[in-house]
Write a protein that binds this ligand. Structure first.
Ligand code: ADP
Ligand code: MG
Length: 683
């Protein structure tokens, strides 16, 4: 058996330099390299006749060298090497520019394969910059893996290194799946799958390998989610009444609920009435009005004589919720308190005492609420806002502070309903798919860095009108390997040059939480005009006077993240703008920036993002606290997702995943994966 955890440098042919390059793309161990799956495959089928090839085809051709021409130049002065291949079906040439010596690699009469994109010029067929290989005896059609690389790594190098691993031992890895599962789902063994994902003998083999590896990934994802919740059947919980005052409370709201809000309120109240424990997720776009729905549920719980807890991911957000509850519930005889990390110990102790004694009806706070010594008299409802910021475990802790309290979680990072069913497993899902009337659209522009000065002149003019602006950067500090705008550097540049004389603040995740809150508060109170930040402002902050958000290196953000950021403006009566500064180097960034500038619906954005990028970003640790998927795509592989969902459910329900020896490998791997990501959840 191979020692998979050994560093890549122990592979034949990989020295310290190469291993350092590999480290840059997160390949450290032999296993990492093995799990570096190809980005795509080239079909080196070289049996197609030359006459059948047309402009733009990507293909392989096989032929003998008929002519090597090294004598020509383009009109622009570039040297041209042309190698003409001939076979029974015609002629085709390979063309290279400014590579004078490449002609020496070929000899007339010898047989070669070229691979690349065909272009037809005046009836002549050629491939510019083809990959090439000398034909050896009994060479067959092949499928060649193409890997994502970094500078100084070549396809050849990675291919050879992986071939070396695969050839070193038949048994690369222990089989993690019990044999009856393999049989039942018709899955290839793990060793064959790993070998075929890199060097498949046919497209059929490739499909089988992909299916197997996707199955593993999705099964582990589903198992992890279900084991952590360990909750498939609803528990018996509290059966609330619909309080008599609720109707009056709703009609006294400062606005009419939208139809979507009404529908979701009904779904929640039905859950509250039922004696099953409520376990519901509310998905709604930024600004769709989730808060008031939560407030209605809180009101009803309190009027039934229960306590309720409202947990938010940041102090600022908790404070916002607290203030809004206090003003909305004024006159209803409800005691609301805020528990915050920055309060004095005495103050906190006092609140904890009152909470335990049942003197407080609603407690609002951050993760301070899940600390051990926070106790309730009769907790009946738990609401968590922006749930993707909390780990599953942290939420579970809060839930344990009562006896099967009803649970409501809210998220502004919506995902399509079909997928929500799998990702949120046992949660029921409610969707607010309508914005309150009269919302103004935030005008979104994508501009190149060359426009920077014009953009900041525009920001200046907005500030002079009395507005405020956010400037968001993807990283805190400059790093030497990446060419990305950092918050610290941008703040400097704005102070010294672009926005000289304007009051500029800076917040980022490395600041102490008091300093962070202090700065956010200053911005909220208008003591600062422009706030430079990392994504710490992403969730929920509400400053109606802010009318512009500029995002630097915007192509570095996830689409849903950008959409959240955009939701920070357009919250007041002012016309608002979102300006994305992006280097549009590749097609995918261009497409992504087009989506965000043309679409204002968070659901559509997340769906398009999924289609475009598979899963990585959206279901990454950052957004949901889940392990990254390397090969499965939740969108395209919905059928495998469905199968693994059913299987995981079965294994958890029967308990086999917990005690059956056959499942011990799967159990351990799942445990490890989920522990790892639990530590990296941002709070
Ligand atoms: P989010 O879903 O992003 O949490 P909020 O609950 O903060 O959105 O609501 C955004 C704004 O819309 C708030 O100022 C809120 O008072 C307002 N709002 C919510 N529902 C309605 C409604 N039905 N009609 C008008 N305004 C509403
Ligand atoms: Mg909100």
């Amino acid at each position: 058996m191979l020692e998979l955890e050994k560093p890549v440098q122990t592979i034949k042919g990989i020295g310290p330099k190469t291993s350092e390059m590999m480290n840059r793309i997160d390949i450290f161990s032999i296993k990492d390299l093995l799990m570096h799956f190809p980005r795509k495959y080239e079909d080196w089928n070289f049996t197609k006749p030359v006459s059948s090839l047309s402009d733009g085809d990507e293909t392989a051709v096989r032929g003998r060298v008929y002519l090597i021409d090294n004598s020509k130049y383009t009109s622009g002065g570039k040297h041209i090497t042309r190698v003409l291949l001939k076979n029974d079906t015609g002629f085709i040439s390979g063309v290279w520019f400014n590579q004078k010596y490449i002609g020496k690699n070929f000899k007339p009469g010898e047989e070669y394969i070229f691979y690349g994109r065909v272009s037809c010029i005046y009836g002549d067929k050629q491939i510019i910059n083809p990959e090439y290989e000398k034909v050896c005896r009994d060479m067959k059609n092949r499928i060649v893996p193409v890997y994502s690389l970094t500078k100084n790594l070549s396809q050849k190098l990675i291919r050879n290194a992986i071939l070396n691993i695969l050839n070193s031992d038949e048994n690369i890895m222990d089989e993690i799946m019990p044999s009856d599962i393999l049989k039942r789902y018709g899955l290839t063994g793990i060793n064959q799958a790993l070998s075929n994902i890199h060097f498949p003998g046919s497209f059929h083999e490739l499909n089988e390998a992909q299916k197997r590896l996707k199955f593993d990934e999705l099964l582990i994802l589903q198992l992890g989610l279900m084991m952590e919740r360990n909750k498939i059947e609803g528990y018996k919980g509290i059966s609330f009444k619909i309080s008599k005052e609720l109707k009056n409370f709703i009609s006294a709201l400062p606005f009419q609920l939208t139809n979507a809000q009404k529908r979701v309120v009904n779904e929640i109240l039905n859950d509250m009435k039922s004696d099953k424990q409520m376990n519901r997720l509310i998905q709604g776009d930024v600004g769709s009005g989730k808060t008031v729905v939560a407030q209605i549920a809180l009101f009803n719980a309190v009027k039934n004589g229960y306590q309720a807890a409202f947990m938010a991911p940041t102090e600022i957000l908790a404070m916002q919720h607290f203030e809004s509850l206090v003003s909305l519930f004024a006159g209803y005889d409800i005691c609301i308190k805020l528990l915050s990390g920055s309060q004095s110990k005495n103050k906190k102790d006092e609140i904890k005492y009152e909470l335990k004694a049942g003197k407080i009806d609603i407690i609002v706070g951050t993760h301070a609420l899940i600390e051990n010594d926070v106790e309730f008299r009769n907790l009946g409802l738990v609401i968590t806002d922006e749930q993707h910021r909390f780990g599953v475990r942290q939420r579970a802790l809060l839930n344990q502070k009562g006896d099967k309290p009803d649970i409501l979680v809210m998220t502004a990072t919506p995902i399509p309903r079909t997928m929500a069913l799998f990702i949120y497993g046992d949660l029921d899902v409610s969707i607010i798919d309508e914005l309150p009337p009269g919302r103004k659209k935030v005008e979104t522009y994508v501009v190149s860095p060359a426009m920077r000065r014009r953009i900041y002149n525009f920001v200046k003019s907005e500030v002079q009108k009395g507005r405020q602006a956010y400037v968001v950067c993807p990283i805190i500090d400059d790093s030497d390997t990446l060419d990305i705008e950092s918050a610290i550097n941008t703040a400097e540049k704005l102070k010294k040059d672009y926005l000289k004389g304007i009051r500029i603040g800076l917040v980022h995740g490395r600041l102490k939480s008091e300093d962070k809150d202090d700065m956010l508060l200053k911005f909220k109170n208008g003591e600062i005009d422009v706030l430079v930040s990392t994504t710490v402002i992403e969730v929920g902050i509400d400053v109606p006077n802010a009318s512009v958000i500029v995002v630097e290196s915007a192509d570095r953000f996830g689409l849903s993240e950008l959409h959240q950021l955009r939701g920070r403006v357009g919250r007041g009566k002012y016309k608002s703008y979102c300006i994305l500064i992006a280097d549009m180097e590749n097609e995918i960034s261009k497409e992504r920036m087009k989506i965000i500038s043309k679409t204002s619906d968070g659901f559509k954005i997340s769906e398009k993002d999924l289609r475009l990028r598979g899963t990585g970003e959206f279901f990454g640790v950052r957004q949901h606290g889940l392990p990254e998927l390397k090969i499965a795509n939740l969108f395209e592989d919905i059928n495998i997702l469905r199968e693994t969902n059913k299987l995981a459910r079965e294994l958890v329900k029967s308990g086999r995943i917990y005690y059956d020896e056959e499942y011990s490998m799967l159990r351990n791997i799942t445990g490890n994966k989920f522990k790892i990501c639990d530590n990296s959840i941002t709070l």
